[in-house]
Design a protein around this ligand. Sequence first.
Ligand code: ARG
Length: 418
Amino acid sequence: MSAPRRCVLAYSGGLDTSVAVRWLREQLGYEVVTLTADLGGDGRDAADITARALRAGAVAAHVVDARRVFVEHFVFPTLSAGALYEGVYPLATALARPLIAKLLVEVAREEGAVAVAHGCTGKGNDQVRFDVATAALAPELEVVAPVRDWDMGRSDEIAYAAAHGIDVPATFESPFSVDANLWGRSVECGPLEDPWREPPEEVFAWTANPATCDSAGEELTIGFALGIPVRVDGESLAAEELVLGLNTIAGRNGVGRIDHVENRLVGIKSREVYEAPAAVLLHAAHAALETVALPRDVAHLKRQLSGEWARLVYDGLWFGGLRNALAAFVASTQEHVTGDVRVRCARGVVTVTGRRALRSLYSTSLATYDRTDDVFDHAAARGFIELFGLSLRTQARVQGALEDLAPLSLPRQVRRAR
Ligand code: ARG
């Protein structure tokens, strides 16, 4: 008799993935190895997770502390790129998926598995991200999605769990579906499915209600090196510590709540509430530093490409050629994004109050309106404008003025000298 084929399951410890451990064995005959990646979400204990996995029937349970790799290799490059999906979502959930897929592939190779599995449903983006990232890294591995394939609703799952002695975690009682890691908390379902309804206060776990926050707030200085945040108020911090600390400070001042109706890759619009205090603060600070560090044309092109970066991350294409190409562009733009940004967090708002770069392109002697210090050549401006406007002047002379409004006869007051 040949040994059963192995499958590595991305395991959260929740009901879906606990039931999946047993189901993969029972229905598909896999020997199941679980993998849990600690990305700094809502704190769970590694010993507790492995115990749950083994109780559910896994033959081995791996728990990996992947927090630093997550922040250094996925989060910070995306911050440097200025990438926010649809202009608002810092992509916490989306960035975690390619890393978990990579870990699944590594464990699969180590454990001699022929398949990997995840607990995503058939309606979300995450299934796409896992499937596509795995395909990009290990096309030989099969990807199984039990929750997408089985025909069980919530109550069926609970019944299945009870029948197989799998305990139902207490968090399953919440009406919300939550995914969290260091870069943010994503919440959907329940009362949030009505986009007209204001999110109830119990949705939020990382941010104080801005209405009840201290109005003075807190001021802090973020130090960047090559576009990466490395210091808070002069203190050098490891990547994951820096993000964790800023989540606390910005969060207690109500910064980081995002309420968005988002376009999923699978064609659905969905109402999502995010909490991302550090991400909101750091994006504001990083963008402010770029205003003094980047030349105009680079800044403008980068803005366009940041949307591409956000979309490819959202769509699960992290391990693709476009991300590689964009990463080279972004890295080159960050060469002089070194300096400090001072921000104030108060009542849910982060305000930049100062920025300075080591090699700042901002020149006071060029910008000043004070005649004595001014080095700007005003006479040269005349010649520049003469040529800059030349084609429009030619066009008006030869083809007539391009006017899109009839002569304006607006109410007017005129007084003439006698
Ligand atoms: N809509 C977000 C995304 O696709 C977050 C999904 C979060 N999942 C959850 N179970 N709440 O990236």
